[in-house]
Design a binder for this molecule. Structure first.
Ligand code: DGL
Length: 271
């Protein structure tokens, strides 16, 4: 048993989409979240820049004595998973991409047409294709970057015709041309537009990596004997810029839960 918190991080709000399913399935676990809201989005930045940010945040979470780090960001996973694992070998580092790739391998067949959407960096890395094709080389996969989604979501422009038009701009032709039937939300911000996607493309089967990772976290905590046996303290949400949107989004995601949260501003540039 280990009652220390689990550390999550993302470039901003996106990683929060992993937190609600985690709280539902592992209510004893406590969370420390870091959203790099001052430097979001990561998805159009260079791999070197992203690596520098990710090292800084992982070191910060380790200082907070977390028992596990969850990289709740596809872009960081695609660019620096190995680097972080080499630098911080003392604790398990979990990612969203592998569990989602496993899910695709389990539910798709050679007739499926799989679409991956994500940031420019994630799509360029072809990380989903590589993992899926390792196990199922026959699966047909197509991918496209949707770089305007993250800035709109960070601005809270979600239930809005601007978001719907942006979705159609990136996805109408992609879905029609490749006859996509299964879509992977390859960015942790995208579950926040899940309702828009379901309304615009009702027949799509959607795989949400933010939910898939929770099963894997559970398995690893159990296997490593790191599960908490009782909740100790509050969940804490740090942001490099504690913006109104960040606080509003946390309140919105957790409004129906009984969980108490604490907010902290943390300026990474002073470390
Ligand atoms: N939420 C992130 C991801 O999963 C990053 C988005 C961004 O900052 O561009 O890729």
């Amino acid at each position: 048993m280990d009652n220390r918190p689990i550390g999550f991080f993302d470039s901003g709000l996106g990683g929060l989409t992993c937190i609600a399913p985690l709280m539902r399935s592992l209510p004893n676990e406590r969370i420390i979240y870091f959203g790099d809201t001052a430097r979001t989005p990561y998805g159009s930045k260079s791999p070197d820049t992203i690596r520098g940010f990710a090292r800084q945040i992982a070191a910060f979470l380790i200082q907070q004595d977390v028992k596990m780090i969850v990289i709740a960001c596809n872009t960081v996973t695609a660019t620096c998973l190995r680097d972080l694992q080499q630098r911080f070998p003392q604790l398990p580092i979990m990612v969203v991409i592998q569990p989602a790739a496993n899910k695709i391998c389990a539910i798709c067949d050679e007739k499926s047409s799989i679409g991956i959407i994500g940031t420019k960096v994630t799509i360029k890395s072809k990380c989903y294709e590589a993992l899926i094709h390792q196990k199922r080389p026959e699966l047909q996969i197509h991918s496209t970057a949707c770089p305007a989604f993250v800035p709109l979501i960070e601005e809270g422009i979600i239930e809005n015709e601007i978001m719907d038009l942006t979705i159609r701009h990136y996805m109408d032709n992609f879905i029609r041309y490749y006859k996509i039937d299964t879509l992977v939300l390859g960015c942790t911000h995208y579950p926040l537009i899940l309702d828009n996607l379901k309304r615009i493309y009702p027949s799509l089967r959607i795989v949400n990596p933010s939910e898939e990772v929770v099963y894997r976290i559970h398995q690893v905590l159990e296997h490593e004997q790191l599960l908490a046996d009782r909740p100790v303290g509050d969940h804490t949400f740090y942001a490099s810029d504690l913006s109104e949107n960040f606080v509003n989004m946390i309140n919105r995601i957790f409004e129906l839960t009984e969980f108490r949260v604490a907010f902290k501003n943390f300026d990474l540039t002073t470390t």
